[in-house]
Design a protein. Structure first.
Lengths: 315, 297
């Protein structure tokens, strides 16, 4: 004659566990900090302090050989930079490099994604070949392209020679230096755009295409009504990432041209490095770096303003 | 709350397993094939040329036109192919640096990912912001102050110091990967364990970590890939040739043609192949990680 009442053990939500008064109360409140602490402290030491230190350095004259002992010079580094044509040349090179690399990488990458979104024989292999460059280490990339662009024995000169063009110094002629660097960069980063846009294309429900076909829409109309609205946010994000990464890209440029010929590819980050480790002027280098950071931040802010405006339009 | 998160991650799953290609036509056939051929040529040729250069005769490289086809027979004597390039020493250094970076980065990431996923605490938003914002900082800006810091600590010219610096750049991404993975595990599993009186650390290491092992592995591969490719910090911090990783070692041949280029290219191929393999392992995950934000919104 027993009433069996199912008794379930008292289950508590995570928050309640934490709030329960217990011997472990203090310990419970502290424990998240024990888990997140190491990472935060690490980033403060190796990222935040160096950034602050870098900004501090930018107000000093500090030689490379004595990196911790500089003399304060106030705004001197900045006023000198803003008054020198070399700085504006460097800023211009950064903007030109970034704009060209992003434009070509996004256009070619998105185009490749559209092509690869259609079924055809050998698609897997083609996609793999187009993707591989992204995985090739930057140093290997620079090595192979510097050989392809080589003035006397490079294969590019052999190819253009067929069309009657004489030998060109692709990496040593100021006319071509930037183009060569941009081409190499596009080769390397375009696959990422392709993969990301392709993933977005493949998440479009096929019913939308069917509906559009039933409405009798042509290929271009379908693209405008179905495809583009769906992939546009992805394309915007990938454009932002490409822009930020291009502003700060160092290795390809440094290894191919070292900022030359005649400073034509001397972007801000390459300039920072040369100021610091060739001219041994840490203070001036830090000032260029700080201005470069401002440029990155500006791009991010503009992106978020555009995103917000788009969100408002949709709502 | 945790079930919601689990469901959310299930709902996101279809993006990873892609739907069958809709096969809609946007381009005419010949145009499509010409464009595809051009793309394959653009992307594939430099890699092919690296192989072809590595497998070419010394006499071909300078002064006369390089042949269009690789001399496969040169593969037989591989030692001869590598020549005087000390690539194996440098590759060993790269393994040490990339391995150390991966290990240290994962320890921080598992702990921090757990905290961000499972706790509510003051400063959580700030910690998340710190992890996000530091990813935006350019290496080339930080290299000067980190160099100054390491010079005063005596950490220059050693692989240990290089690993410490690398981790600062690779760890934030790992934290996000691990946090996402833990978010997708139902909280009930840990609850059962904690009712049994298991301390949290044990739950994390013995219960949770095995469950998120695929994500930990992915984060490990990404970290290793980054450590393997890293050039700027290594070039700046390490002056001694014997301590160079392969990236710095190979870069030292760019623009100088004293060492036979075919040897250098063969060494570069050895350096590239592992990177290609890592990449194939994680390609999907990187892409889904990058798109998650934009696809959702």
């Amino acid at each position: 004659m027993s009433l069996r009442i199912p008794i379930s053990p008292p289950t508590a939500a995570p928050d309640q566990i934490q709030d329960a008064p217990s011997r472990h109360h203090m310990w419970q409140r502290l424990s998240p900090y024990i888990y997140i602490g190491p990472a935060v402290i690490y980033l403060v030491i190796f990222m935040i302090i160096p950034v602050v230190q870098g900004i501090r350095l930018s107000f000093t004259k500090t030689p490379l050989v004595r990196p911790d002992g500089g003399t304060g010079v106030g705004l001197d580094n900045y006023s000198r930079l803003l008054g020198s044509s070399q700085f504006y040349n460097s800023l211009g090179a950064t903007i030109l490099y970034t704009a060209a690399t992003v434009a070509f990488a996004v256009l070619v990458g998105a185009g490749a994604a559209l092509l690869l979104n259609q079924a055809f024989k050998g698609r897997t292999i083609v996609r793999a070949i187009i993707t591989f460059p992204w995985a090739v280490p930057t140093v290997a990339t620079a090595l192979i392209f510097s050989w392809i662009f080589n003035r006397s024995d490079g294969v590019l000169n052999e190819v253009v020679g067929v069309f009657g063009v004489g030998q060109q110094g692709w990496l040593v002629d100021p006319k071509y230096g930037m183009a060569a660097v941009v081409l190499t960069s596009v080769w390397k980063v375009m696959p990422l755009v392709m993969l990301v846009v392709l993933a977005s294309l493949q998440s479009i429900p096929s019913e939308l295409y069917e509906a559009s076909r039933m409405d009798g829409a042509g290929a271009l109309e379908t693209f405008k009504a179905v495809t583009w609205p769906h992939i546009a946010p992805t394309v915007r994000v990938v454009t932002l990432l490409m822009t930020i990464w291009s502003i700060r890209r160092f290795e390809i440029i440094y290894l191919l041209t070292g900022g030359g010929p005649v400073d034509s590819t001397n972007t801000l980050v390459v300039n920072v490095y040369r100021q610091a480790f060739s001219n041994q002027e840490l203070g001036r280098a830090a000032a260029i770096g700080a201005l470069g950071l401002v440029l990155s931040l500006l791009v991010t802010v503009v992106y978020f303003i555009i995103e917000r405006r788009n969100a408002a339009k949709e709502a | 709350m945790s079930i919601d998160q689990a469901q959310k991650s299930v709902q996101q799953a279809p993006h990873k397993r892609r739907l069958k290609a809709p096969g809609q036509r946007q381009f005419s056939k010949p145009f499509r094939y010409i464009m595809l051929a051009a793309l394959v040529l653009f992307s594939g040729f430099p890699l092919y040329w690296m192989l072809n250069t590595a497998l070419s005769e010394d006499s071909e490289l300078y002064g006369q036109a390089q042949g269009w086809w690789p001399h496969w027979e040169r593969l037989i004597d591989f030692g001869d192919l590598i020549g005087s390039v000390p690539i194996f020493k440098w590759l060993t250094n790269s393994v040490v640096i990339a391995g150390g970076t991966t290990l240290l980065s994962l320890v921080f990431a598992v702990l921090a990912g757990y905290a961000l996923s499972r706790f509510k605490f003051h400063g959580k938003g700030a910690a998340g912001f710190l992890l996000f914002a530091t990813q935006m900082l350019p290496e080339a800006l930080l290299v000067v102050p980190i160099y100054a810091l390491f010079a005063s600590l005596g950490l220059l010219n050693g692989m240990g110091g290089l690993i410490l610096a690398n981790v600062a750049f690779t760890m934030p991404v790992s934290v996000w990967i691990i946090k996402g993975a833990i978010d997708a595990i139902p909280y009930e599993i840990e609850e059962a364990a904690s009712v049994d009186g298991c301390p949290r650390v044990t739950i994390l290491s013995l219960v949770l970590t095995p469950l998120i092992l695929p994500s930990v592995a992915a984060a490990a591969v990404i970290n290793f890939f980054d450590g393997w490719n890293e050039f700027l910090l290594a070039k700046t911090f390490i002056a001694e040739r014997d301590l160079w990783p392969a990236s710095v070692g190979l870069a030292s041949f760019i623009g100088q043609y004293l060492t036979s280029l075919n040897s250098v290219m063969a060494a570069a191929l050895l350096f590239t192949l592992p990177a290609l393999v890592f990449f194939l392992l994680v390609q999907r995950r990187i892409v889904s990680g990058l798109t998650a934000g934009s696809v959702k919104g």
